[in-house]
Design a protein around this ligand. Structure first.
Ligand code: NAD
Length: 572
């Protein structure tokens, strides 16, 4: 890899960012070099403080040999497997201690986390706090509060064929798991899955995204400082390091990123029959009816588009569909809210994150500059490569086959598509791969019902955007091209657990009742049953009784089945 073009630009804060920068070179008055492990460029001679370096980087030239290869990855996995096999990570106490360490780390290092996020994405402080720090804080708090409950085996109904018996579902840790994370919420999207993995009792390797190098290096340092290093390890790096990790046998791979790499991950996992959760992206639509409170709807759309990481969010609004008639009013309202939040010249606003790097900046500019698209801009369109900024931009009725309507935008561009009737929007959405999220703004309950029933998506919010991600009782995940599996809250625990089915039977004359837990509770009430009783029960159940009525009820006074008192002649 090498720098193919470079230059000095006047800008006080931002430095060069790109994927896979490597190599050493000389440019003007300073030397730049790649700090391998953290993929960052540093300067050996001083540059005037009012200047910064901007460069376009390419991955076409010589690769620097990675120091972390498959052999090293194998050693790492063996080490973690030893820890897992020792049983250490399975104990409730270990899980709690690690979850507490995450809480403590986030509390104590809040400032450093916010600084790293600013360095990577110019993420405004409040946004960084809400979307990264607070998310992790509440998830670890919830796991700490609920863990005992989550770990308790769940009683299950039994069948006639297994009678007499009891059954339970035991949540068992999977083993040694790999979490591969992305750059847009580089802190929370790394720690959220780790909270689930720890809560479920696994050993974990985290591979953060090299595209957010400051956060990646901070995660490596902080997890090294706060977490149990025999079970929780961070491996920094890019494609080479991730590939070395993917060559290993894992008990689960949890991947957040794009569908292209998702396919690579899944193919690698298939070799070892490793289960995967794929948290991918897609084009998330927002359908806007004309009967809405326009000001509230516009604020919520602007928040879900430009406030949230400047459009670089997997569940951000990718495009809008509304009626031809209503589009002008909607555009006017959106522009007014954008100006209210970011000022009359949004390019000058400090309230928006920057585009992550020059690769993504060029990708977005290409979407805007496509022939059949460039004349559809109705608001915005300004760009500044030196600041990695593109103004909040609205486009009206771009062709459906344009790149901007085919690819996930993942940036501050917002196409608005119009239809004759709002219901036509459903077909437009369903013609595309299933998105991670779909939004509807409408005051019409019938439309709401139809939207929920007919539009395919990973998740939905009606009359708002993004907020579904903050509800831990809702699973967060995609479907089809937007991913598989889900997490958040208890779903994170489940994503990293195997649900082990356990059937308890006993020996004749010594009927076992209830689950292990139920039995412990009702020990004194357990009674053996006679052959005569078994016969009665057999006749009763073979007389057309449904299995539903045989459910084992822990509250049944120790009989193990609600019908037992009746059969035994003790029922009312
Ligand atoms: P990406 O797929 O390029 O990278 C994700 C991770 O994969 C990184 O850690 C990277 O190092 C690694 N990687 C990259 N190329 C690889 C290769 N060839 N082999 C092995 N590993 C490789 O994704 P990105 O650009 O970082 O993220 C953007 C995408 O992620 C968008 O599509 C977005 O919608 C999606 N996303 C999804 C969620 C979610 O929760 N569902 C959250 C954030 C982002």
């Amino acid at each position: 890899m090498a720098i193919v073009s470079a230059g000095l630009f006047k800008h006080p804060t931002r430095c060069l960012k790109s994927t896979g920068i490597a190599g050493v070179g000389l440019l003007g008055t300073f030397t730049y070099c790649h700090t391998y492990k953290i993929n960052r460029v540093s300067f050996s001679s001083s540059i005037p403080s009012s200047y910064y370096c901007h460069a376009t980087l390419s991955t076409t030239m010589e690769e620097v040999k990675s120091t972390f290869d498959a052999d090293e990855a194998a050693v790492l996995v063996n080490k973690l497997r030893k820890t897992f096999n020792s049983g250490k990570t399975k104990s409730y106490e270990w899980r709690i201690s690690q979850l507490e360490s995450i809480s403590k780390m986030v509390d104590e290092k809040e400032k450093e986390i916010i600084e790293a996020l600013y360095e990577d994405l110019s993420k405004p402080q409040l946004e960084a706090y809400l979307s990264e720090i607070l998310m992790v804080k509440s998830s670890s708090k919830l796991a700490l509060k609920e863990l005992k409950q989550w770990m308790i085996p769940k009683t299950a109904a039994t069948s006639l064929a297994s009678y007499p018996s009891s059954a339970e579902i035991v949540s068992e840790p999977l083993g040694v798991v790999l979490v591969i994370s992305t750059w847009n919420f580089p802190f929370s999207l790394s720690l959220e899955p780790i909270i689930g993995a720890i809560a479920a009792g696994n050993a974990v390797v985290l591979k953060p995204s090299e595209i957010a190098p400051a956060t990646s290096s901070l995660l490596s340092r902080l997890l090294g400082e706060y977490m149990d290093q025999s079970a929780i390890i961070v491996v920094e790096g890019a494609v080479a390091e991730t590939s070395a990790l993917l060559e290993q046998k894992w008990d689960k791979i949890f991947f957040t990123g794009g569908a292209r790499v998702g396919r690579i991950v899944m193919a690698a996992a298939a070799k070892n029959l490793t289960p995967v959760t794929l948290e991918l992206g897609g084009k998330c639509p927002a359908v806007v009816d004309s009967n809405v409170n326009l000001q509230v709807a516009s604020r919520r759309i602007v928040a879900g588009k430009w406030v949230c990481n400047n459009g670089q969010a997997c569940i951000g609004v990718d495009y809008i569909i509304t009626t031809k008639e209503f589009a002008p009013k909607l555009i006017e309202a959106l522009v007014s809210v954008v100006e209210e939040i970011f000022g009359r010249d949004p390019m000058e606003s400090k309230e928006r994150s920057c585009i992550i790097n020059s690769f993504h900046f060029s990708r977005l500019v290409n979407l805007l500059d496509e022939d059949k698209v460039s004349d559809k801009i109705v608001f915005g369109g300004q760009r500044d490569g030196s600041q990695l900024q593109i103004a909040p931009t609205i486009l009206l009725d771009v062709p459906e086959d344009s790149l901007i309507m085919q690819e996930e935008i993942f940036g501050p561009l917002l196409p608005i598509m119009t239809v004759e009737r709002l219901e036509d929007s459903f077909a437009m959405i369903n013609r595309k791969p299933k998105p991670l999220a779909a939004y509807l703004f409408s005051d019409d309950e019938q439309i709401e019902r139809e939207f929920v029933q007919n539009v395919y998506a990973g998740g939905m919010a009606i009359n708002d955007t993004i907020l579904q991600v903050t509800v831990p009782s809702l699973p967060f995940g995609g479907v089809g091209e937007s991913g598989m599996g889900a997490y958040h809250g208890k779903f994170s625990f489940d994503a990293f657990s195997h649900k082990k089915a356990v059937l308890y039977r006993s020996f004749a004359g010594n009927l076992r009742q209830g689950t292990r837990l139920t039995r412990q509770k009702n020990k004194s009430k357990s009674k053996p049953y006679s052959v005569e009783t078994y016969l009665k029960l057999f006749l009763l159940y073979s007389d057309g009784l449904k299995t539903e009525s045989m459910r084992t009820d822990p509250l049944d006074e120790g009989y193990g089945c609600p019908l037992f008192p009746y059969v035994m002649g003790k029922g009312k």
